[in-house]
Write a protein that binds this ligand. Structure first.
Ligand code: PAF
Length: 289
């Protein structure tokens, strides 16, 4: 984790204040945007660092979006270490930190939702009904407020990135979407704010997700092209981890998210599992871009 000593970025919460700050900076070069729900880790910080390399001004947001949590999900207990988040963003060189209140994003009388069809009905969308409508609706609003040139998203949430890329293209939004690679702990566990829910034994077993994907990658490298055999290899790996309960193991086309029987074009191998109180996801992509 990065050092936390650095000048704090300017902080704003209202949309007008945000727009004034971004407008003043836009004259000096491109504006990049890293939206987050806080509980910042090295995955978020690596997006900020990449954004800084190609844009003059980096805006980050922290907003735990109630609309993307189901009624039985973790909205209330989602970690909110705000002071630590601010310090980490400061150290990473964020220029402007937007911390909207719920009413800034969902003004009184709000009636508008954004829905991307098909891509949102599978994988995470099938397990978490309404989740993606919450994500697309909030990201559309965040983009409308910040109006960045570049939007940075993490590959760890691959389906989210695919859905948001589709939304930006379909709605002709003047923003370029860039994905940053998944950042992993030393043992391979993908960094996620929800890793904080894991107890010691669960944390040890959570490595099953990345290990299963690593086994699939080895098989792909050795020429295996059957989706069923790749999925079976992941499940075999998970047998050694009794605290890991599968939600899904899927081999899908990396653009359409439709299941494939054989790996021919570019595929996404996506997995989701419950490990104790945490629901974790991970993925790899394979094949020509
Ligand atoms: O990936 C996340 O943290 C959230 O889904 C996002 C993109 C910030 C929207 O709330």
């Amino acid at each position: 984790m990065a050092s936390t000593k650095s000048a704090s970025p300017r902080r704003v919460s209202g949309v007008d204040e945000l727009r004034r700050a971004v407008r003043a900076s836009r004259r000096r070069g491109t504006v990049a945007f890293v939206p987050t729900m806080g509980a910042i880790h090295d995955g978020h910080l690596s997006l900020v660092r990449q954004a800084k390399r190609s844009s003059r001004f980096v805006v980050a947001s922290i907003f735990v979006n109630p609309l993307q949590f189901g009624p039985t999900e973790d909205y209330r207990r989602y970690p909110r270490p705000v002071r630590r988040d601010r310090a980490l963003f400061a150290a990473a060189g964020v220029d402007l930190l937007w911390e909207p209140r719920v009413e800034d994003v969902y003004p009184p009388g709000d009636r508008t939702r954004v829905h991307v069809s098909e891509l949102t009905e599978v994988l995470e969308g099938a397990s978490r009904p309404g989740h993606f409508e919450g994500v697309t609706t909030v990201v559309m609003r965040l983009l409308g407020a910040v109006q960045p040139d570049v939007l940075w998203l993490g590959q760890k949430d691959a389906q989210q990135a695919i859905v948001l890329e589709r939304m930006c293209a379909d709605l002709l939004l003047p923003v370029r979407v860039r994905r940053g690679a998944t950042v992993r702990e030393n043992d391979g566990l993908a960094m996620s704010s929800r890793n904080a829910y894991l107890g010691a034994a669960e944390r040890q077993q959570a490595v099953a997700l990345s290990q299963g994907l690593a086994s699939a990658r080895v098989l792909l490298g050795a020429g295996e092209r059957s989706a069923a055999k790749l999925a079976a290899a992941i499940r075999r790996e998970w047998e050694g981890y009794p605290l890991v309960r599968e939600d899904y193991v899927a081999v899908v086309d990396a653009a359409t998210l439709r299941p494939v029987r054989r790996v021919e074009g570019r595929v996404l191998i996506a997995v989701a599992a419950r490990v104790g109180p945490a629901r974790l996801i991970d993925n790899i992509e394979w094949g020509p871009k």
